[in-house]
Design a protein around this ligand. Structure first.
Ligand SMILES: [Zn+2]
Length: 149
């Protein structure tokens, strides 16, 4: 295990109970890309239930997919890293309506109006907030649920 010298870790690493579920994946490849990205930024994280999903992808919806577990001290930084990575990723897609490369992701939290509220809930309950993902074109304002293929 790499020793993290991230200043905000507070010296409480390694207790095992200090992980919060940042989000879930039902796609093995996507999960591992995000995991590698976070780990390369010295985020203390791992995937839970990964093995089960890999053996039988059909089980994935039943168990809620792979859970990305992040040390609570790193949760907020991990979250903003994921946002940055997603923004980069979205530049690969053109708007299906006006063909501008101006897509952005909108997260609609079902229970919480703001990210801090959601984060607080994660830290208190150790549970991810249910989030609905939408995408919007900043050029023409069109929004859609699935990325254009
Ligand atoms: Zn557009």
């Amino acid at each position: 295990m790499e020793k993290s010298n991230y200043a905000n870790s507070g010296g409480r690493e390694g207790k095992g109970m200090n992980y919060v579920q940042l989000r879930t994946f039902d796609n093995y490849i996507e999960a591992n890309i995000v995991l590698a990205m976070l780990q390369s930024a010295h985020i203390n994280c791992h995937l839970k239930d990964e093995h089960t999903v890999t053996i039988d992808p059909l089980l994935s919806p039943a168990i809620g997919g792979m859970k990305l577990m992040v040390h609570h001290a790193h949760a907020e930084r991990a979250w903003s890293l994921m946002d940055e990575a997603e923004a980069q990723y979205l530049k690969n897609f053109a708007c299906p309506v006006c063909h501008a490369h101006a897509l952005k992701a909108i997260s609609v939290h079902k229970q919480y109006k703001c990210r801090l509220g959601a984060l607080a809930s994660m830290l208190l309950n150790g549970q991810a907030v249910e989030v609905k993902k939408m995408y919007q074109c900043e050029a023409c304002g069109y929004d859609f649920k699935e990325l254009p293929r």
